[in-house]
Design a protein around this ligand. Structure first.
Ligand code: SAH
Length: 276
């Protein structure tokens, strides 16, 4: 993703991340789904077969989307896959007790399309096991395709297709449709102060720091952490943190861990000098 981008369209701001994919066929089919909808960025996190991109099945299923398949980045960790992103959405068939807010594909698409400051990643899970909780908790939203409740698990590449389709439809309506009257890509809601959204890496660093601070004051028991951190992550996921806000929280953690001498509490004010 190019940070200097002048093209604000979602087509250059959206990344598809497939985590621990088993079937090279699904990787190829996902590349095809992505390309048919006008997107191009595919990242594979530790696929089952290291050379999945060149596997016969992947190539066959990609069909005319070999360019997307061949330019896919293969990385080892989800953190690497989310680098440069300031928004990540976990796409999951499973709802969980502790997760970021659950959002439908259509609502997500509107949010991504409407906010041109977002460089977003859609994170998909493994065919059998889905996404682990630790990955879901790194994300700001959990996207669930509201399928048949009696049989709700789509094939991986088909889930990619649904998300890519929804994002395309919304993007065309927002930026490419007949309603568009100017080249200004900013949504009307963007008026007023807006800091830059914190990156996933910044948010992760802040949580590690905060956790350390909470342990140091015995607020969090590492041997019995209960659901404190997942709850806090959920709370902050709803807040859509900006970089400066993350820095404030880190400042708070830093002060808890190493209070400056005499700096923890303000010195009492000298009442007698008031009004002089
Ligand atoms: N048995 C797995 C399902 C994996 S399907 C589980 O219980 O999670 C492979 C991937 O396709 C999922 O990780 C998810 O990214 C996507 N997917 C499939 N069905 C979905 C649905 N109804 N909503 C959102 N994502 C879905």
């Amino acid at each position: 993703m190019n940070k200097q981008q002048t093209d604000y369209s979602l087509f250059s701001r959206l990344r598809f991340v497939l985590v621990n994919t088993s079937s090279p066929g699904n990787i190829g089919a996902a590349a095809r789904a992505i390309k048919t909808m006008g997107f191009s960025e595919l990242v594979l996190v530790s696929p089952r077969f290291a050379d999945a991109i060149h596997a016969e099945q992947a190539v066959a299923f990609a069909s005319g989307a070999l360019d997307v398949l061949e330019s896919a980045r293969v990385v080892e960790t989800v953190e690497e896959a989310l680098q440069d992103c300031n928004y990540a959405a976990a796409v999951s068939a499973r709802l969980r007790e502790f997760s970021p807010p659950v959002v439908s594909p259509r609502v997500l698409a509107a949010q991504l399309s409407g906010d041109v400051t977002l460089n977003a990643a859609l994170v998909f899970g493994n065919e059998r096991f889905g996404l682990p909780n630790e990955v879901v908790q790194k994300c700001q939203a959990l996207i669930n395709i509201p399928a048949n409740p009696d049989y709700s698990s789509l094939n991986l590449a088909q889930a990619v297709q649904v998300l890519a389709y929804e994002c395309r439809m919304t993007e065309l309506e927002t930026r490419g449709g007949p309603m568009q009257t100017s080249g200004d890509a900013r949504a009307p809601g963007d008026v007023g102060f807006q800091g830059s959204s914190a990156s996933v890496t910044e948010i992760e660093g802040m949580f590690a720091h905060l956790e350390q601070a909470l342990v140091s004051i015995d607020f969090l028991d590492p041997d019995n952490p209960r659901k404190l951190m997942p709850r806090l992550k959920r709370l902050f996921a709803r807040a859509q943190l900006e970089t400066e806000e993350v820095n404030i929280l880190r400042g708070l953690a830093r002060q808890i861990l190493a209070p400056k001498a005499g700096g923890a509490r303000p010195a009492p004010r000298d009442q007698s000098s008031e009004g002089e």
